[in-house]
Ligand binder design. Structure first.
Ligand SMILES: Cc1ncc(COP(=O)(O)O)c(C=O)c1O
Length: 434
């Protein structure tokens, strides 16, 4: 008789999980108070100003700017770094497209570095091979809530005079050698989109200790103008800028969420560590590896699967696709997140850019044809083929009871492996697009 839910058996977790974020009474009060104040917008409006001050204090930097997305914060940082036509910027192959997209927004050329198979962050050993005379900056990403190898990356950057912009969009509250994400690079950025550890619906935060970067990022944020608090606006743009300002109601909401960020992160950590303990003993399964000198905030919980270790001769991508279907049927919210290394997206393969091939064909480039070859995404591709992520099911208020059911579902897979192996998958479920 079939035991797996996908084949008609009883599901382990039929009621799913509580979706994030659960809006609290305090969240509503903060937003209502902002409405009652009657100010809806402005670069120096009370809520955005308070959020910037509180986030700078939380992270421990001199300056913070709020803006309307993490991608905007990346573009502001790159503009502050002076990235322009022909400049090359490194970011990891296992990533959301935002870093490379922000480089293109500055007319720069994105280049990619493969990741470490355990931490999933940019592999410092592979950086130097990608540095050319045109390289100006590195964007390490604190992927899934684990900070990148910042000491190694900063020392390479120093050697080659590169600017480091940390993409901490998934790592609010993470630490590296006791220091907070947000303080580990020349500039750092955070996303406030709806699923982030610090959610605001959408939004972004930029942190730095450097006054010049702060002023330039602020110019990029507002039309290329210098807009000073308490000084009449001159309406004189001196460079290319955007309209990336944040606004009062989401800022008030984020301020409320910030009051519980430390507790929320502690609950995620507790869920993740509990689950890791419960399933870590299953053969052929690897739970996230957190280096001892880092504290993860578990934005995602990535599990890798090895059919080979189980004595199963099957393409890991196909094995992962079968498991994914079976787990989803049991009520376990697993997904793939990205479906391919960033550079295999059409934009980077076709390199049409703004049209006519710009910025790749801009006369300020090195002149060498940019190729995005497999040597920079081998590890990324393996990870995407053989792993799945959990995300909002490990976020509070979900707790150990749900983790127990998730562990039960995984054990059920291992106990009924023949059934798992017999699951049919559509080509779309398993294709790693390239
Ligand atoms: C690693 C990373 N960088 C950048 C971003 C972009 O943030 P946003 O969606 O706020 O523009 C995201 C968000 O999804 C992200 O996960």
């Amino acid at each position: 008789m079939a035991r797996l839910a996908i084949n008609g058996g009883e599901a382990v977790n039929p009621n799913g999980h509580i979706k994030f974020p659960v809006i609290s009474e305090q969240d509503k009060e903060y937003v209502m108070r902002a409405l009652e104040e009657g100010v809806l917008w402005g670069p120096y409006a009370p809520q955005v100003k308070a959020l910037e001050k509180e986030w700078a204090e939380f992270v421990g930097t001199k300056y913070c700017l709020s803006c309307n997305s993490g991608t905007a914060a990346l573009t502001m940082s790159l503009a502050a770094a002076g990235i322009g036509p022909g400049d090359e910027v490194l970011s990891p192959s296992l990533n959301f497209v935002a870093c490379a997209m922000a480089v293109l927004h500055c007319n720069g050329i994105p280049k990619f570095v493969d990741v470490d198979p355990k931490t999933f962050c940019m592999d410092p050993k592979k950086i130097e091979a990608k540095i050319t005379e045109k390289t100006k900056a590195i964007i390490p990403v604190d992927l899934h809530g684990i900070t990148a190898d910042m000491d190694e990356i900063n020392s390479i950057a120093k050697k080659y005079h590169l600017i480091v912009i940390a993409d901490s969009c998934q790592a609010h509250g993470a630490t590296y050698k006791g220091k907070n994400a947000g303080t580990l690079a020349d500039m750092s950025v955070f996303s406030l989109n709806g699923l982030k550890n610090l959610p605001g619906g959408d939004g972004g935060l930029f942190n730095t200790d450097d006054e010049e970067y702060f002023v330039r990022a602020n110019q990029c944020r507002m039309f290329g103008e210098v807009v000073r608090e308490g000084v009449p606006r001159d309406y004189n743009s001196s460079g290319v800028g955007y309209m990336y300002r944040y606004f009062e109601l989401p800022a008030a909401f984020v301020r409320s969420r910030l009051t519980s960020l430390r507790d929320d992160n502690a609950l995620r950590r507790s869920n993740a560590q509990y689950l890791a303990e419960k399933i870590g003993g299953l053969k052929g399964l690897a739970v996230p590896h957190i280096p001892e000198n880092r504290q993860s905030v578990y934005h995602y919980f990535r599990i890798r699967f090895s059919p080979k270790e189980l004595g199963i001769s099957m393409d890991p991508n196909l094995f992962r696709a079968k498991l994914q279907k079976a787990l989803v049927a049991e009520g376990v919210a697993v997904s793939r997140w990205q479906t391919r290394p960033v550079q295999l997206q059409t934009l980077f393969q076709e390199r049409t850019g703004y049209g006519k091939g710009c910025p790749w064909s801009c006369p300020y480039t090195s002149g060498e044809k940019v190729e995005y070859g497999p040597e920079d995404y081998e590890v990324t591709k393996q990870i995407l083929a053989d792993s799945l992520v959990l995300y909002d099911s490990i976020y509070p208020p979900n707790g150990h009871d749900l983790m127990d059911r998730y562990a039960e579902a995984l054990n059920k897979m291992w106990e009924n492996m023949d059934e798992v192996l017999g699951i049919e998958v559509a080509p779309d479920d398993m294709v790693l697009r390239d």
